[in-house]
Design a binder for this molecule. Structure first.
Ligand code: HCA
Ligand code: CU
Length: 391
């Protein structure tokens, strides 16, 4: 894909400080974090179908919690049996009883979480720092002795004492966990803060790091990218960014940013993103905002006359992301902003040979009508062909 990147990014790379190219894994948590979104509950069949779609899209891991209910446990079991390429990650507490449930699903990989911030230890769990670490290590041992690969999430790491976070991470490394997840559980970090958190954990624990960024201040994507820059090996996302409260990093935004900002070539089928989003939208009843980057209705809609004219010349003028790459369509909105060139385009599409005079008077007509957006046209190949042959 990378060959036409600079055509779209120009000299942006200069300001972005060069590209990285380093690959990073994508963990989709639509079935775990996503189901914590207010109002969302999938059926077993929907979970399996979403899992199948995500696998086909190309995510590396699919996270699900078998602990929540019998139906979640069954869904987890079905996903294990589905023969997917993606790793199925069973998520639960750092507790024997939760690990036992994961084992009944034939889980191979168990991701356990335990809080590490004083705020959580005091108000949520009422345990000391020592006890928190002891319990977690005990659970790691238990999971490992049952043949499970393990990840430990240091929940609320971003608000925890940095010295304790490092001690905790070091102990996990020494206990040979396979991964450590570093979450910004309440979205309390800015990108440089997330960078420092990941870097500081990596310094003491040379194991693959997952980054999990909440969007409470709207920084989930920026923080995930900072975590990537700091060396995170896997980033957590959900379809539409759904999750507890206002959710986490959005899948489409992350994979597309990795490509355009860093030149990372993931094994992701970008063109089926709309299919994945539509399915999840249908099952959640929550529609994506028109303004959602990449998958929103407005992402490739051009309206101002000057934009329309430039885009018809070369879409790169006003598009970073080519819509065809992500399975979307470019659209032209006809309104009083359409201008002479937009009017000429419209007349061409209608098969009317337009001279300057006619184009101008049609543009004026649109202004006089004062009806806002009158209609829009999807630019398909037939229209583009007609346009080319008439210009
Ligand atoms: C939760 C907390 C969590 C865990 C993240 C992870 C968080 O809801 O259980 O396991 O990587 O944000 O800290 O989602
Ligand atoms: Cu979370």
């Amino acid at each position: 894909m990378a060959e036409d990147l600079s055509e779209r990014t120009g000299y942006a790379e200069f300001y972005n400080g060069g590209t990285y190219h380093r690959k990073v894994k994508i963990l989709d948590s639509t079935l775990r974090e996503g189901e914590q979104h207010p109002g969302i509950s999938f059926t077993e069949r929907q979970r399996v179908q979403i899992g199948w779609l995500l696998d086909y899209l190309g995510v590396d891991s699919i996270e699900i919690s078998p602990i929540v209910s019998e139906s979640h446990r069954q869904s987890c079991r079905s996903l294990m049996k589905a023969g997917l390429r993606a790793l199925i990650v069973a998520h639960g507490r750092a507790l024997k009883e939760d690990i036992d449930v994961a084992l009944t699903c034939d889980a191979q990989f168990y991701a356990m979480y335990h809080s590490v911030s004083d705020i959580h230890l005091k108000y949520k769990l009422k345990v000391s720092r020592e006890e928190a670490l002891r319990r977690t290590l005990e659970a790691v041992d238990y999971a490992k002795s049952h043949g499970l690969a393990t990840r430990v999430t240091m929940e609320d790491a971003s608000r925890a004492d940095p010295t304790y976070v490092r001690e905790f991470a070091r102990a996990l490394y020494e206990a040979r966990v396979d991964r450590i997840s570093v979450p910004d559980t309440v979205g309390a970090l800015k990108p440089s803060g997330m960078y420092r958190l990941v870097a500081s954990v990596r310094e003491v624990a040379p194991v693959p790091i997952d980054a999990h960024c909440h969007n409470d201040l709207g920084l989930a994507l920026a923080n995930a990218l900072a975590a990537y820059e700091a060396g995170a090996d896997q980033i957590h996302v959900t379809v539409g960014g759904i999750g507890e409260r206002v959710g986490i990093t959005d899948l489409a935004q992350l994979v597309t940013s990795l490509y355009f900002l860093y030149g990372v070539e993931l094994d992701v089928k970008y063109s089926i993103l709309p299919e994945v989003y539509k399915t999840v939208e249908q099952y959640t009843g929550i529609s994506m905002s028109e303004n959602a980057p990449i998958v929103g209705r407005n992402a490739y809609r051009h309206k101002a006359g000057t934009h329309i004219a430039a885009v018809l010349n070369s879409p790169s003028a006003y598009e970073l992301v080519p819509p065809e790459m992500v399975g979307a369509k470019r659209r032209i909105v006809f309104s009083e902003l359409l201008g002479k060139n937009g009017a000429r385009f419209l007349l061409n599409v209608l098969g009317i040979k337009a001279d300057d005079e006619l184009a101008k008077s049609v543009a004026q007509g649109f202004k006089n009508l004062q009806l806002g957006d009158l209609f829009e046209l999807e630019l398909d190949q037939e229209i583009e062909r007609r346009l080319m042959s008439s210009s």
